[in-house]
Design a binder for this molecule. Structure first.
Ligand SMILES: Nc1nc2c(ncn2[C@@H]2O[C@H](COP(=O)(O)OP(=O)(O)OP(=O)(O)O)[C@@H](O)[C@H]2O)c(=O)[nH]1
Ligand SMILES: [Mg+2]
Length: 336
């Protein structure tokens, strides 16, 4: 068996002499240890990897176990997008991403996403390449809660901010509205800083469903609030989706009276502590082209980006008039 020594230049293996002068060499504390060459090679290789490579993410959706660390490391805001089955929750979040791809926003831009692949999957059925005749979004699985990440730079407020969006099926929120036990299974609720209550605009347009269109959201909110699951919540957005299908009814009482009614119903549940906002959004272009995809979306995203007390860790300083993703310098406050 060959003799080894932890010291790189020690000749003990060749001629029995100890570099440290021990005689016999077996008395040396380095004698018999793995050679430092091997250790050195390993650590050199590790160092090269550390310097030359960047940790990447496979780009898939995050699970609940991933988001705790992510939120605390990045001060990300968790935006829970809640609402009934097929109301347009996933499409809303996908539309924020898709809108960034065309890169025409004046006020904010794309920095980074750890879940690009997940966004692309959710956008696929809405693209011509999918072969579908009309844009669509696949059903969200009821069996696992997933989360999507976006880091945005706000040119308006001079900040960068990480967002985590829930992508959870409507059934989960429906059930959560029925019992506190089921509400607690939405483990991410206590981490939520912003709650988006999605209202299906297509349902609001129908006489038979216009009053029921906001009922499930109220049940869910009442249960989550009553069970004390929304302790970190700062704001609630009521977002009417599918405005492209609703705008022709925009002047009818069912639509004009809805914002005040819904805001007061939410206030009755949560009180005045939280910031409440109402938005109408189209994630698709209307069939006659009058309402374009992204209608109302940028106002909503700008509001998400608005600084709130104590939350602005990073300041984006644009290095040129161009707002491309790589054209900003990030200063973490306290860094020089
Ligand atoms: N015209 C129009 N269709 C929309 C809009 N938003 C969503 N949709 C369509 O509504 C359907 C449901 O959208 P999703 O985003 O999957 O709804 P969801 O709330 O995530 O549904 P679940 O995950 O099953 O609970 C899809 O066919 C979408 O293409 C919109 O703004 N306009
Ligand atoms: Mg969905």
């Amino acid at each position: 068996m060959s003799v080894t020594c932890a010291l790189e230049k020690c000749p003990v293996a060749k001629d029995g002499r100890c570099l440290e002068g021990f005689n016999p060499a077996t008395g040396c504390p380095h004698y018999g240890k793995p050679t430092s060459d091997a250790v050195g090679e390993d650590s050199a290789a590790n160092e090269a990897m550390r310097v030359n490579y960047t940790d990447t993410h496979a780009g898939q959706a995050l699970g609940f176990d991933d988001i705790g660390v992510f939120v605390s490391n990045t001060l990300a805001r968790l935006i829970t997008v809640a609402g009934p089955y097929r109301a347009g929750k996933t499409t809303l979040v996908a539309a924020v991403y898709e809108d960034l791809l065309v890169g025409v926003q004046d006020d904010y831009g794309f920095c980074w996403s750890n879940t690009i692949q997940a966004f692309e999957q959710r956008c696929h059925l809405a693209r011509a390449v999918s072969g579908a005749n009309t844009p669509n979004t696949g059903r969200t699985s009821g069996s696992k809660d997933e989360f999507l990440h976006l880091k945005l730079v706000s040119h308006k407020y001079g900040v960068t901010r990480d967002f985590i969006f829930s992508d959870v099926s409507g059934e989960r929120f429906e059930k959560a509205g029925q019992s506190s036990e089921l509400a607690r299974t939405l483990q991410f609720l206590p981490t939520t800083s912003r709650l988006v209550l999605v209202v299906d605009g297509a349902e609001l347009a129908k006489p038979e469903s216009k009053f029921a269109a906001f009922r499930e959201q109220q049940h869910f909110l009442g249960m989550a609030h009553g069970t004390d699951l929304l302790a970190n919540l700062e704001a609630i957005d009521i977002v009417v989706t599918k405005w492209d299908q609703l705008f022709s009814e925009a002047e009818t009482p069912a639509v004009t009276e809805f914002p005040d009614r819904a805001l007061s119903q939410v206030r009755d549940i949560v009180g005045d502590r939280l910031r409440l906002r109402y938005w109408s959004v189209a994630s698709r272009t209307s069939s006659d082209g009058t309402i374009k995809r992204g209608h109302g979306l940028r106002e909503l995203v700008n509001d998400w980006l608005m600084p709130t007390s104590g939350q602005d860790l990073s300041v984006a300083e644009l290095t040129s008039a161009s707002h491309g993703p790589n054209r900003f310098v990030r200063h973490v406050l306290g860094d020089t």
